[in-house]
Design a binder for this molecule. Structure first.
Ligand code: FES
Ligand code: MG
Length: 591
């Protein structure tokens, strides 16, 4: 029997098509001008893209520029040909008005590249918050063989003998600044100490959460997410990832084989056990929609809410990326969850092993940084999904609902897990900054701070601003946090027990637009309900006087286009028309 001839690769339609010699010549000659040979390009070897998210403008991912050398070595050693190309920068800490605006832009750009260029597979270099979902969303839409290479967290930050986590330190430092315990210089010194090396945030913020979920989904090699950026293992992981993508192309293993409904269910369970970022639900839902898997906030409630917290990482716990990695990272968490019967072990991963096989090799929980399922840090630590008489859905991260909050708000006699508060309403972050310290607002410890105008439409992209600090006067009296809610998001590094991502947002006609300062609001965590205690006649009157919600004008063409097509956070904040394009290469073909 003669062996089956190797599958014709899509890159050969560019580089080796004798029926279109003119076009082939054009494609081949310009790739030769920097040293590639015709022999290489026409050898039928897989052409592997490296989607480069690092640049001087994207410091959390910048070391991917150096890592690419190891990735390329792996690709070459496995018989492939690497081609590195840039992805639109997604820098969470510096992109104004918000990097969230660009997740969908980077997604769109990457889809066009993967579809329009001679690539057989792609290494997705991920790290900073939105880079992971943007890359996975694009790979999902196109359905080209793909593998995630995380950049890894920074080394642990230390200040005066204490661990300080990036992002998380800011929420603490701003209270110290408000009380005068530190000044501007002290603020800068303290916060900079949290970022001691290359890498993305070392807390279990959105970056480490989303890279961990990429691994839990099966899209990276086992152990990839947690290796600190500066460790030698990171370069070794880049090499192994480069080798593996060539096999994925040869075996024609595509994202749609990995990103199944069961894989997403696993990721939800893992997110809860990690105390993952509040940005994970919209990102995961967006990835699912682009691969054609139905996933909703109801799934987060049903599968995730009761899962215990196992990872003892900031902001819900005390350790950072290095500790998480040494304790076994994602595989160690998977092992605990699998033993408790909470995972689909049959899910395949890009490594070629199933989740069950990975779990068999994984270390046991160390009982400190990674807790066992039997002795978790906290029970019922996932997100709860709330609804109310003025909105359809919102999320709250239970792993950060601490004792202080329970004592202050959830322990009134006869109101188990519920409280009533006076609302103080802000229209966007500028309004909040301008007025929070205004004594006329009369803000005290029985107030609920409300932020609106910050959803995907209102503040295009949606702003991370709902975790509002109390007025400085209150902080000085020791009230360092107040309950908050709003239609925007909060940073994954925040430990604030806030009600977030309220959908529909006020700018989309959501009921938040009817709320006024001094309204009473009742929050019942057991019933997962938030009620605006204003009678119907008054609401009807407000509806009458309602004019168009005031939102800032678009500043750029992209903001204008984004606002025309984006959906709500509850459904992933996707560009809605883009979700109609599934498995582009298979269903629509090459250009
Ligand atoms: Fe980039 Fe946190 S700001 S990872
Ligand atoms: Mg963020």
């Amino acid at each position: 029997m003669s062996p089956t001839p190797p599958r014709r690769l899509r890159s050969q339609n560019w580089f080796d098509d004798p029926t279109h010699a003119d076009m082939t010549a054009l494609y081949v000659e310009r790739f030769m001008n920097y040293g590639l040979t015709r022999e290489e390009l026409q050898s039928g070897r897989p052409i592997i893209g490296i989607a480069q998210t690092g640049s001087d403008l994207a410091p959390c991912n910048r070391h991917h520029i150096e890592l690419a050398a190891r990735t390329k070595a792996g690709i070459r050693d496995a018989g492939g040909i690497p081609m590195e190309f840039p992805v639109h920068p997604l820098a969470e800490q510096s992109r104004r008005p918000t990097a969230a605006l660009d997740r969908n832009l980077a997604y769109l750009g990457l889809v066009e590249i993967l579809h329009g260029y001679p690539l057989d597979g792609v290494v997705l270099t991920t790290g900073c918050d939105k880079t992971t979902p943007a890359c996975l969303m694009a790979a999902a839409t196109v359905d080209l063989p793909a593998i995630v290479l995380s950049g890894g967290p920074m080394l642990d930050g230390w200040f005066e003998g204490k661990r300080v986590g990036s992002g998380t330190v800011i929420w603490h430092a701003r209270n110290l600044l408000a009380t005068g315990e530190i000044d501007y210089e002290g603020f800068m010194r303290l916060t900079a100490a949290a970022s001691p090396s290359i890498g993305h945030c070392n807390t279990m913020g959105t970056a480490l959460s989303m890279n961990s979920l990429a691994e839990a989904l099966g899209m990276s090699l086992p152990g990839c997410a947690s290796i600190p950026a500066a460790y030698r293992e990171r370069g070794q992981m880049a090499y192994a990832t480069g080798k593996r993508i060539v096999d994925l192309v040869r075996e024609d293993i595509r994202p749609s084989h990995i990103l199944t409904r069961e894989a997403f269910e696993n990721a939800i369970v893992v997110a809860s056990a990690l105390g993952a970022s509040t940005n994970c639900p919209p990102h995961l839902i967006a990835i699912a929609r682009h691969i054609g898997v139905e996933l909703s906030l109801d799934d987060w409630q049903r599968l995730g809410a009761d899962v215990p917290l196992l990872a003892n990482c900031m902001p819900a716990g005390e350790y950072l990326g290095e500790g998480f990695h040494r304790a076994g990272g994602v595989p160690a968490v998977l092992r605990q969850l699998a033993q408790a019967g909470l995972l689909h072990g049959e899910c395949s991963t890009v490594s070629g092993s199933t989740i069950a096989e990975i779990v068999r090799q994984a270390p046991d929980a160390d009982g400190d940084v990674i807790r066992s399922h039997a002795e978790p840090l906290k029970h019922g630590a996932g997100f709860i999904v709330l609804s109310g008489n003025f909105f359809d859905s919102a999320i709250m991260k239970m792993s950060v609902v601490g004792e202080a909050f329970r004592r202050a708000y959830l322990s009134e006699p006869g109101s188990e897990n519920a409280f009533e508060a006076r609302a103080v309403v802000f229209d966007g972050p500028e309004d909040y900054r301008a007025r929070i310290d205004d004594p006329a607002l009369g803000i005290d410890e029985r107030c609920l701070l409300v932020m609106r105008g910050c959803g995907t439409l209102g503040y295009p992209g949606s702003a991370e601003v709902v975790n509002m600090a109390p007025p400085a006067e209150l902080v000085k009296r020791g009230v360092t946090s107040l309950p908050c809610m709003g239609d925007g998001r909060q940073s994954g590094t925040s430990a604030s027990p806030s009600i977030l991502n309220m959908s529909p947002e006020s700018a989309a006609g959501g009921g938040l637009s009817l709320m006024r300062t001094d309204d009473r609001v009742r929050v019942d965590l057991n019933a997962r309900r938030v009620e605006l205690l204003v009678d119907e006649t008054e609401l009807a009157r407000r509806r009458e006087e309602e004019t168009a919600p005031s939102v800032p004008a678009s500043q750029t063409p992209w903001q204008e286009i984004y606002r025309q097509f984006v959906g709500q956070l509850s459904t992933g904040g996707c560009l809605e028309p883009a979700t109609l394009y599934l498995k582009v290469i298979e269903t629509r073909g090459d250009p």
